[in-house]
Design a protein around this ligand. Structure first.
Ligand code: ZZB
Length: 259
């Protein structure tokens, strides 16, 4: 499966990460959280980023001036795919828990809101993508469900309400669901919580198909074009800007054979 990995530069670490004193291990490198997405055309609508609070992340050297935050598993895949220098090497500079990363301020590549916060998402899978998920609640029902839950119970989830303050941003319109496809589906399928996996799987399936086959861009350089046309163009622009790169996820067979 071919993902686009989005590079979200760390602007200001959370208090727990600052207290870990990892700066010397990073040796002046720019650090990016790296989020795997299938929908680069929606990046204009990022409102935050998610990590699994109990997942372990590494900070991995990309070369001598950059480092990526992601799971070890995805760093190893990146090494195989020639992302790191020296080639093939996985050089872990620091380890962080998702819980520690929450509250970090990062740049949202191509985002209409240029800087956003990292929030916790309990349903992030350690075994998919990079373990980091960029959040587009206008078009991702999972993201909208988690954002809604976090806003209702900020204290319980140990987040500052202002970290979850950005509302869904219209990015594309579909004839059936309008400018905010995910919130519309959340409502019509009566999603109750982020753990409502059956309704959310159905909502995600509909949102993918509706956006891809019937969506029209509302914002950005390809405004007015169909999503089908804009998708590869936005992706190419992000890669050209140094804010994204291709990332292939080995299928289940490859994983079980090599581990
Ligand atoms: C931004 C985005 C915007 C996404 C959207 C989706 C949608 P799939 O289809 O199952 O392969 N994702 C990536 N990694 C993880 C993870 N480790 N755990 C949980 N979710 C993850 O899933 C690919 C999508 O799932 C990715 O694309 C990412 O969210 C999320 F408007 O990135 B996406 C209708 C979906 N819309």
């Amino acid at each position: 499966l071919e993902y686009t990995n989005i590079k979200m530069e760390v602007v200001d670490w959370s208090t727990p990460v600052k207290q870990l004193n990892i700066a010397s291990s990073l040796a002046g490198r720019k650090v990016f959280l790296v989020a795997a997405t299938l929908r680069p055309e929606t990046m204009y609508g990022q409102t935050n980023c998610f990590v699994g609070p109990s997942i372990k992340y590494g900070v991995f050297a990309v070369n001598d001036h950059e480092a990526y935050v992601c799971t070890y598993r995805s760093a190893r895949n990146m090494a195989f795919q020639g992302v790191f220098t020296p080639a093939g090497e996985v050089n872990q500079l620091a380890e962080l828990s998702g819980e520690d990363i929450v509250g970090t301020k990062i740049k949202a590549a191509f985002g209409i809101v240029p800087e956003v916060f990292v929030l916790p998402m309990e349903t992030v899978l350690e075994t998919k993508g990079t373990g980091v998920v960029t959040s587009v609640p206008s078009d991702s029902p999972d993201d909208f469900a988690t954002l809604t839950e976090l806003r209702k119970k900020a204290a319980y989830y140990k987040i500052q309400p202002e970290w979850a303050a950005v509302d869904p941003i219209p990015v594309l319109s579909t004839p059936t669901y309008g400018e905010l496809t995910a919130p519309a589906l959340y409502k019509s399928l009566k999603v109750q919580s982020p753990k409502d996996s059956k309704a959310l799987a159905e909502a995600k399936d509909i949102a993918y198909k509706e956006g891809f086959y019937n969506g029209t861009m509302l914002v950005g350089e390809f405004k007015g074009q169909t999503v089908q046309d804009a998708k590869p163009k936005v992706r190419a622009k992000m890669i050209e800007a140094g804010l994204a790169f291709a990332y292939a996820e080995p299928d289940g067979l490859v994983i079980s054979r090599s581990s």
